[in-house]
Design a protein around this ligand. Structure first.
Ligand code: SF4
Length: 159
């Protein structure tokens, strides 16, 4: 009788473990690191596209020497330069600095001007001190759960 109960318990336990493994494997498959965080060429391609696209204009190239970048973006938004400077990747809704995304980032993510994060709108590693025409308030993304939600809504395609 004890043996029979033990056998039943073992079978139930094995089934439970198999189900759990399926969930873990499924989650890992769905939430791989965004390709641009792992592929420098792809990241550069997406970043350059974001710099040159007239509706994005990611910049400034040199945060310390921004030239007319903030003046131009302030004009685009019909606001002041000061207000424009406060609307940067660092507080954009698409800027992902969640712990799971930090794990995806190769190498150092911070410097004297700020830090790198992943841009879910244009798919490259952008810098908190820069900005672009498609900035939207509400960021940054700090929670893994929010990062996964963005990923669920994204089809990387060739990005
Ligand atoms: S994080 Fe926001 S502001 Fe920065 S490049 Fe992406 S969309 Fe533009």
């Amino acid at each position: 009788m004890i043996n029979k109960n033990m056998k039943k318990l073992m079978t139930e336990w094995r089934n439970f473990l198999q189900e759990e493994m399926k969930v873990v494997i499924g989650a890992a498959k769905d939430f791989v690191c965004p390709p641009a965080t792992q592929d420098l060429k792809l990241n550069t391609k997406n970043r350059d596209a974001a710099i040159h696209a007239k509706h994005i204009k990611y910049g400034p190239l040199n945060v310390g020497e921004p030239g007319d970048y903030w003046k131009d973006i302030a004009k685009y938004w019909d606001t002041t330069e000061e207000a424009a400077k406060k609307s940067n990747c660092g507080n954009c809704t698409a800027f992902d600095i969640s712990p799971r995304m930090d794990e995806c980032m190769p190498g150092v993510t911070s410097d004297d001007d700020g830090r790198l994060g992943y841009c879910w709108m244009h798919h490259f590693k952008c810098h908190s001190a820069r900005s672009c025409y498609t900035w939207a308030k509400g960021g940054p993304i700090k929670e893994d759960s929010v990062s996964y939600e963005w990923q669920e809504r994204n089809d990387f395609g060739d990005k």
